[in-house]
Structure formats: C-alpha cells, structure tokens
Design a protein around this ligand. Structure first.
Ligand code: CA
Length: 516
C-alpha cells in the first residue's frame, strides 16, 4: 500500500490521510516524514512541528490553534485544536473578486416538461397539498388508492405524493417568522415537477386556511375551470362528507381531473439552462471537502456557464467563509443580502444560547472534521468559483439564473425542503459517512466522498468521487460525469438509486416562530 496524504493549499501545515484504515505509526510518507502514531483515514497529520497556539492551516486558512505543542508526524486530533471565533460581519470585503468571465457552455440540452409559467419539470408528479397535519392519515389512504387504482390509467404520470407536514394548526400563525413555513408550503405546491396542477386537502377548522396558504392569484397557471381565482380544495369537515369513504371519493374525483391534465404533458427538448439545481452535503467527513464537494463545485461552474440556476445553502456551514462569499458577490447589494441572512441566523442561534459550532456531529468528528471551521471550508467548495449573483431567503421562490446563495439551515431535510420551495428540479447530495437521503418530488443524485463507501453502498450512491482520492480520476473528470448524469436524470432516461428504491424523506418545514 502506498501511503497517500492530501493537502488542499500550499500554505497548509497539515494533510489528511487518504488510505482506507488510516496509516500506522512508523509509516514514511513520500515527503520523508515518518508518522509518530497511527492516524485514522480522513484525519490530519502535522507536516511540521507546531508550537503551542500555532495556527493549524488547512484550505490555506487557520481552522484552529494548537492547544499544545504538536510534533511533525503526529495525529492532529480535534482535542488538540482550539476553534477560532466566527468572523465578525462588519468590514467584510464586498464584491472585490471579479472572476474572469468563463466561456458560455452551449449545446447541452435535456428532455423536460415545459410548464405554462415557463418553468421546466424533470418529473411528472401529482402533488396533494395539505393545510394541516390532521388530514395526513386520510391523504395517505387516498394516495395509496390513487396509486393502485388511478395511476395505471395515466401512464405519463410518474407518481402521486401527499405534501404532508406538521404545520397548519397549534401555531402562532401571525408571529414573526411564521411566514417562512407558510410560503415554503405554498412554493412547494408550485414546484415545476407538479405541473401547476394544485389540489388541496383541508380539515376545515385549522389556522392555516386554504386561502391563506394559496391566496387568489398565487397559482400562476390558470386551472381547469379557466380561472386562477378558484382553488381546488377538498375540505373534510364539509357537510357533504358523510363518512370516511365520502372523503376518499372526493379526493379521488379531484385527483382524476388533475391526472388527466398531467397525463397530457410531454417531454420536449429544452436547454440545460432550465436546470434549477440545489446542492447539499450531509453526513460529511474530511473527504467531503477533498473529493465530492470540489467535484460539485466544478460541476456548479459548468452549470452556471450553461446558463442554469444553482443554489448552495446551509448557513452554518458557510458562515466561517463569509468573507470568501461577500467578495465573490456580483454587487454590493448581493453581498449585503448575504450579510443580512448570516446576521439573522447568528441571532436565531443566539436565542438558543448556541452558535455555529453546534453544527458538527459525532460522525463528522469521527470522519476527521475537527470543527465547524474545517467543515465549512470543505462545504463552501460546492459553490465553485463563479460570481454569486443572488440571495434567496428561506421559503422564497427563485426567479433568477446563475449561482445563488439560498439561505437555509444545514439540516439535510430542512435544506432540501427549502430548496424544493425555491423551485429546484434536480438535487445533488454529497456524503462521506453515508446517508440514504432522498426526496419524493425531485430526483436526488448522491455522491460518495470515498471509494470505501461507494463500494459498500453501491446500490445507493450514484457517483463515486472517492476516485479522486484514489488517484484514478480528477476533480474535473467527476465534475463532468456529474454534469452528464444530471442531463440523463433530468430527461428521465436514468433513475437515481433514491428513486429506484423510493427513499423519500419527509417534508420538514423551517418554522422559527413559536407554537401555541
Ligand atoms: Ca446538509
């Protein structure tokens, strides 16, 4: 076995061990350095003698300070690192980096479903929106019946999903922040994969009334009755419903009308610029920032060059790189919008008497990520090198192309839910420790950071970016592989493993407001 270590920047004074199982004490690296102790895979080895309080540099920046003297060749474990404070949000570099314009990437297309509002779907799905958790059991029952009895009659429709959630009642609906879960639900109902066919199941007495969820004019596509005023609602408490089966019949009758229209949709050739991609990472390890995330970053640049929209998110995982982001903003307004989102999130965390360091998990640390600074540097790479042209607040719908910072929590399911609301039609998810994450509404392409994970989870991981650490592929190779796979998946020619196994995580609304 050839000992392999990886540095990310010429200034780095630590490197991570790439070999499966780590490297034993006494191993001599190609540089001539001999390991003083066993260093696990993904963990850091000191390349030089580090004095007490010396900066430990990875990605070219201090990810922490040595809590004690660390001789060269030692394992730099999380216990030996003191974490730096978060960068203040004032005096940041604003729109200072002007990346050289990259040549447009032309000629790439996919087969998508063009909607009346101009958006493009990658799947053809009937969504049943719910106003409140109380109706979930009934909707679930109806969805099973629709799948068994109706879907076979509408072969062009891929699936039917209930948009179930825990919001809608027992909440302080007028509180500050309550607009976030409400607009999230509204915009999810309008996701391009649902073709503008909005149907709602309501209980009747709940706080979130259908007209508050989807006010007149909120559905851009005229519905089947030729009016954009009429919202299709099945209300379970209506007098007309005598018994459970009457409710199910009403939902199924309503579903038929929408299935008829969805079934008439046809894929057509559209430019790659119609992709709206959300990128995310979860279950990260030290390889996330070395293999999978840099490959996503390369692919992000390809997508931006192709004129597509790409969202990167996860506030606590980019907070420590705020200066990199504000400097890449296209305008001072975009930089300020990012600062505003970070300040809001700092205050939100402070209410719970925590800060961004609450982010890292036991699995992150076991995988070699010592703290949130190191994790953030590896996470931010997903955004590539393109200028950042917009900022989206949680739950809002994306209305522009290019690279967008969509401010969301880093929580996998909440981030995915908010990216769905933004209008995402394709999702890319990188993982090091491994997660079977998937969404019902949008295909999720999962990328493994390590060959070991890709091997063990060969029927869950769509791409193996571990080849980059093995030296058998470059970041560019995997980035292009991802780009081509995206077009195949978007066209419906390929299914992701999460789709094949129907692995669907629940919609998880971000509700920063109180419940009652
Ligand atoms: Ca995440």
């Amino acid at each position: 076995m050839i000992p392999l270590t990886i540095s990310m920047n010429e200034r780095d004074n630590v490197a991570i061990v790439a070999n499966d199982g780590g490297l034993a004490a006494g191993t001599t690296l190609s540089s001539g350095l001999t390991l003083k102790e066993h260093v696990p895979q993904g963990h850091k080895v000191a390349l030089v003698d580090l004095g007490i309080n010396a900066p430990v540099i990875r990605y070219g920046i201090p990810i922490g300070y040595a809590a004690q003297a660390i001789p060269a060749g030692s394992w730099v474990s999380e216990m030996l690192l003191k974490m730096p404070d978060a960068r203040e949000l004032d005096n940041l570099p604003i729109a200072t980096v002007k990346p050289a314009p990259q040549a447009p990437l032309e000629g790439y297309t996919f087969e998508g479903y063009r909607n009346a509002d101009g958006s493009v779907g990658t799947r053809n799905i009937l969504a049943i929106t719910t106003t409140v958790q109380c109706v979930s059991g009934v909707v679930d029952y109806a969805v099973q019946r629709i799948k068994a009895e109706l879907l076979p009659k509408y072969p062009n429709v891929d699936d039917v999903v209930g948009i179930e959630h825990t919001y809608g009642c027992g909440v302080a609906i007028d509180a500050e922040g309550a607009d976030i879960p409400i607009r999230t639900l509204r915009n999810i109902s309008l996701n391009p994969n649902f073709g503008g066919e909005v149907m709602v199941v309501s209980l009747g007495c709940e706080k979130l009334q259908p007209n508050r969820l989807l006010p007149p004019g909120s559905i851009p596509i005229k519905d089947q009755r030729g009016s954009d005023e009429a919202l299709d609602v099945v209300c379970l408490q209506d007098d007309e419903h005598v018994g459970f089966m009457s409710m199910i019949d009403s939902i199924m009758d309503s579903a038929k009308v929408h299935l008829e229209k969805l079934n008439a949709r046809r894929r057509e050739t559209v430019p790659a610029s119609e992709l709206v991609v959300g990128v995310q990472c979860g279950g990260s390890d030290a390889f996330s920032g070395v293999t999978a995330n840099p490959a996503v970053g390369f692919c992000t640049d390809l997508l931006v060059r192709a004129g597509a929209s790409v969202m990167f998110s996860e506030v606590t995982e980019v907070r420590d790189g705020i200066d990199q982001l504000t400097s890449r903003a296209t305008t001072p307004e975009v930089a300020q919008a990012m600062i505003d989102e970070m300040a809001w999130y700092d205050a939100y965390l402070k209410r719970g008497k925590v800060d961004r360091s609450a982010n890292t998990t036991p699995g992150n640390k076991k995988g070699g990520l010592s703290n949130i600074v190191e994790k953030a540097m590896g996470s931010i790479i997903k955004s590539g090198t393109s200028p950042i042209s917009g900022v989206l607040s949680p739950g809002n719908k994306l209305k522009q192309k290019g690279l967008i910072f969509a401010a969301t929590p880093a929580s996998d399911f909440i981030c995915g839910t908010l990216q769905l609301a933004a209008g995402m039609n394709l999702h890319v998810f990188t993982t090091g420790r491994g997660t079977p994450y998937g969404l019902a509404a949008v295909p999720v392409i999962k990328v493994a950071t390590r060959t070991d994970l890709a091997r063990r989870w060969s029927d869950l991981m769509d791409i193996n970016a571990g080849k980059i650490a093995d030296g058998t592929a470059t970041i560019e190779d995997i980035g292009w592989e991802m780009f081509h796979l995206m077009l195949e998946v978007a066209s419906g020619r390929k299914k992701t493993f999460a789709e094949q196994w129907k692995l669907h995580n629940a919609i998880s609304l971000f509700n920063p407001a109180p419940v009652t």
